[in-house]
Write a protein that binds this ligand. Structure first.
Ligand SMILES: NC(=O)c1ccc[n+]([C@@H]2O[C@H](COP(=O)([O-])OP(=O)(O)OC[C@H]3O[C@@H](n4cnc5c(N)ncnc54)[C@H](OP(=O)(O)O)[C@@H]3O)[C@@H](O)[C@H]2O)c1
Length: 341
């Protein structure tokens, strides 16, 4: 396991992060994603830590808080020294309570949310507190100020964001800089070989601003494992995230011989592709069973050859879009000029 710098911070995180969305499984949607109870979840947490993972991602909404509760109890039962694990959670959606102010990125909801998460996790502080989605009803400054207060109060070490557009993140970074407040250090976003949209606006923004990238649904909800989807598999009842199926099928076809050549799973190749992308800091792996976790953990040992990466880049290339092609063309002219051409 390698440890990578977390954006501009002094923190190092493992290249794989354990996702806990399969813990709990109460309620319609969540039971389709996973139903791991304490003992099984604890085995996944223990095995991940043994494999060198030091990074765990949860959210208040997962199973209406049960994922946080199980994660916190697992860390306690396993007697994990607090400084050995970086715990990330999120706030934004409704968790249990349903009232006018029990959602969003308002100061009120963030302040309530952090207390509830700390209680469920049985922790004194959260290492990374992420806003789980963009809230058009709350001024960004209100969100940034509330997060900064949490850092100053010691409830939260770092703050991050998930599922925001590049311009929204830039606006928040500008506000934080202007007011001297804690800034978003990371983005948690969807990115796979079959869904490279992030490369258009978000990746250049992250490179420019030094944000860490945590990748969610790295197997596109199981689809990029290449397995036939059968009853009981998550994709059979919860068809998310949206994926261009023909593109995903072409990617799986390209990855399969790479997997066969090495005697490994297609899932490992899909995860390894992400680990080879310079923009990626940590890939959040999801597992419903121990064998899936083992398979996913092994991806850190997979090196893809330049020719294989080029072949995958070709089959998964994004359609060219404005202003991308113009930026590329003008950038090329300026690079030639710089080189004296
Ligand atoms: N910020 C956000 O909005 C957001 C959104 C989604 C997820 N996340 C985070 O990202 C983490 C991972 O997301 P995810 O669970 O969607 O990841 P994923 O890797 O795309 O999907 C995981 C699912 O794929 C199947 N699977 C996993 N490993 C496999 C393997 N080796 N071979 C075959 N099938 C395999 C399992 O479902 P089946 O066995 O049922 O097929 C498993 O539950 C979550 O736990 C959460 O922490 C964040």
């Amino acid at each position: 396991m390698h440890y990578r710098p977390f954006g501009r911070t002094g923190l190092f995180v493992s290249q794989l992060c354990l996702g806990t969305m399969t813990f709990g499984g109460e309620g319609g949607l969540w039971s389709q994603i996973g139903r791991l109870q304490q003992a099984e979840a604890e085995r996944l947490v223990g095995r991940s830590l043994d494999a060198g993972i030091n990074f765990i991602d949860t959210a208040d909404v997962y199973s209406d808080g049960l994922s946080e509760t199980i994660t916190g109890q697992a860390l306690k039962n396993l007697k994990v020294p607090r400084e050995n694990v970086i715990v990330a959670t999120k706030v934004f959606g409704e968790t249990g309570r349903k009232a006018a102010n029990s959602r969003g990125a308002s100061r009120l909801h963030i302040m309530d949310g952090v207390k509830a998460s700390l209680r469920r996790l049985q922790l004194n502080h959260i290492d990374l507190y992420q806003i789980h989605g963009f809230d058009p009803a709350t001024p960004i400054e209100e969100t940034v100020r509330a997060l900064d207060a949490l850092v100053q109060q010691g409830h939260v070490r770092y703050v991050g964001v998930s599922n925001w557009a590049a311009w929204q993140i830039m606006k928040a970074l500008g506000i934080a800089e202007r007011l001297g407040l804690a800034r978003f250090e990371s983005l948690q976003a969807y990115y796979t070989v079959a869904g490279r949209d992030l490369e258009r606006e978000l990746a250049p923004m992250m490179a420019s601003e030094g944000l860490a990238l945590m990748v969610w649904s790295p197997l596109a909800g199981g689809l990029l494992s290449g397995k036939p989807i059968v009853e009981g598999d998550r994709r059979s009842s919860f068809d998310f995230p949206p994926v261009d199926r023909p593109r995903a099928a072409v990617c799986v076809d390209a990855m399969r011989p790479m997997a066969e050549k090495r005697g490994i799973s297609v899932a490992q190749v899909a995860l390894a592709w992400l680990l080879h992308q310079p923009v990626v800091t940590s890939v959040i792996i999801g597992a419903k069973r121990e064998d899936q976790l083992e398979d996913n953990l092994a991806a850190v040992g997979v090196t893809l050859e330049p020719a294989e990466l080029a072949a995958l880049a070709e089959v998964s290339a994004l359609p060219r879009e404005y202003p991308g092609w113009m930026l590329e063309r003008q950038g090329e002219q300026r690079r030639r000029q710089l080189a004296g051409g």
